[in-house]
Design a protein around this ligand. Structure first.
Ligand code: FES
Ligand SMILES: [Fe+2]
Length: 424
């Protein structure tokens, strides 16, 4: 349970909030790179409660700036990409990617007024199929050394999924391994991945949590036989990201891959306090993924205005009570993302954590909130929070592993990740 004040600290991320100050100390995805192909129009985006315009300049470099022109506020997403920047169509002011005003055609020749105008602008980087931005003060830290950001493009694929609730609700689902035994349960799981059958064999996993240089490593251990356990090693990554074992990155009928040779990340990026994008990233450690097959596994949720999601709160996620008896625990189909969305959106736009009753299996949730509250204090005290890194010789993510393994009961689960049997 949190106090009202703690809940506000963790959930409100707009400009000037303590939680927002924390989020702004990290690089955050602002779009999929494919949303702004070469030659595309400037795109209005909303992130951390700020309305911005994202565009690709003539030289291909992404730019991100306040959507309202610093002159008299016209919407810059109607502007023209030309002459090394974005030109407002109202009076023709030309703005560079870094927020400098390069031209004011209405001013007299020799005017220096333009030199005194500095528009809101945030640095961007393009990597791993994402456009990432740093919206905080001072020099940006290094990009986090996630393998998917640095490995060949063929090894990764990403999408983003619209979520109508506060980001923290989504993020908490990732550090709650027990829900796999219920929310994603199938009455008749024959055709599912082996792991789906394993998680329902023991609905009371033992959960251990280690603090790490990136956040948390969680171990969920389930008894699946007299001398066998099923262990999932997952991660909370500061301040709104996670890495965990999930479906394969290519059709297992075409090429089955070893468990633990691939994983997924869920990066929950606030749009505002009551909506967020769940960036879902598939990564394979040792070979290419199949982007066509991966895309076929998702309902296209990247543009809900053009194509609303099929299952939504206003249609009760199309819950089918007959299906609930015969097939899935939720009665909401086979897509885990739909189950998760129903569970987290139905908590309310911003869940009131003053009324909850945390249980034994909420260890990860408790540890994550503690880390975030501590990091908010760090930022208030002028310190870099956990995982913010400025030393290229140091990689706080060096020991990030994602695993799921069947092991003899005697295996020390907090140690086996150093030498797992699967591919690392
Ligand atoms: S409002 Fe943009 S140039 Fe005047
Ligand atoms: Fe889930």
């Amino acid at each position: 349970m949190l106090t009202k004040e703690q809940n506000a600290l963790l959930t409100l991320t707009g400009p000037g909030t303590a939680g927002g100050d924390l989020m702004r100390r990290y690089w955050q995805p602002v779009a999929l790179a494919r949303e702004i192909p070469a030659g595309s129009a400037p795109k209005p985006v909303r992130i951390l409660g700020e309305d911005l315009v994202l565009f690709r300049g003539q030289n291909g470099t992404p730019g991100l700036m306040g959507i309202h022109c610093p002159h008299r506020g016209a919407d810059l997403s109607y502007g023209r990409i030309e002459d090394g920047g974005l030109r407002c169509v109202y009076h023709g002011w030309l703005l560079a990617n870094d927020g400098r005003c390069l031209e004011q055609p209405g001013e007299s020749t020799g005017s220096t007024f333009k030199d005194r105008v500095r528009h809101t602008a945030y640095p961007c980087r393009e990597a791993g199929g994402l456009i990432l931005t740093y919206m905080g003060p001072g020099d940006p830290p290094l990009l986090p050394a996630f393998p998917f950001l640095t490995s060949p493009a063929a090894q990764t694929w990403c999408t983003k999924l619209w979520q109508e609730c506060n980001y923290l609700q989504g993020s908490e689902g990732n550090v709650d391994p027990q829900h796999l035994s219920y929310l994603h349960r199938f009455v008749n799981p024959d055709q599912l991945r082996e792991s789906h059958n394993l998680v329902i064999r023991d609905a009371a996993p033992r959960i251990d949590v280690d603090e790490t240089p990136w956040g948390l490593r969680l171990y969920a251990t389930r008894n699946i036989g007299d001398d066998e356990v099923y262990v999932r090693v997952t991660n909370f990554i500061m301040p709104n990201n996670s890495a965990f074992s999930a479906g394969p990155p290519l059709d297992p009928k075409v090429q089955p891959l070893p468990r633990s040779s691939y994983y997924k990340m869920h990066w929950h990026v606030p749009i505002d306090d009551t909506h967020h994008w769940k960036y879902e990233i598939a990564y394979r450690l040792d070979g290419p993924v199949d982007p066509v097959w991966l895309a076929s596994q998702y309902e296209n949720a990247e543009n809900p205005e053009a194509a609303p999601l099929k299952r939504r709160g206003d249609n009760r996620y199309l819950q089918d009570r007959d299906e609930q008896q015969a097939s899935s625990f939720t009665g909401m189909g086979r897509n885990f993302n739909d189950h998760d969305r129903m569970a987290t959106e139905s908590q309310g736009p911003i869940y009131d954590r003053t009324t909850e009753h945390l249980a034994t299996t909420d260890k990860g949730v408790i540890a994550m909130r503690k880390l975030l509250l501590g990091a908010i204090e760090d930022v208030r005290a002028g310190r870099d929070p956990l995982l913010v890194n400025r030393d290229a010789a140091h990689n706080p993510l060096a020991e990030l592993v994602v695993l799921e393994e069947r092991l003899p009961k005697s295996t020390p689960v907090r140690e086996f990740w150093r030498e797992p049997s699967g591919v690392r």
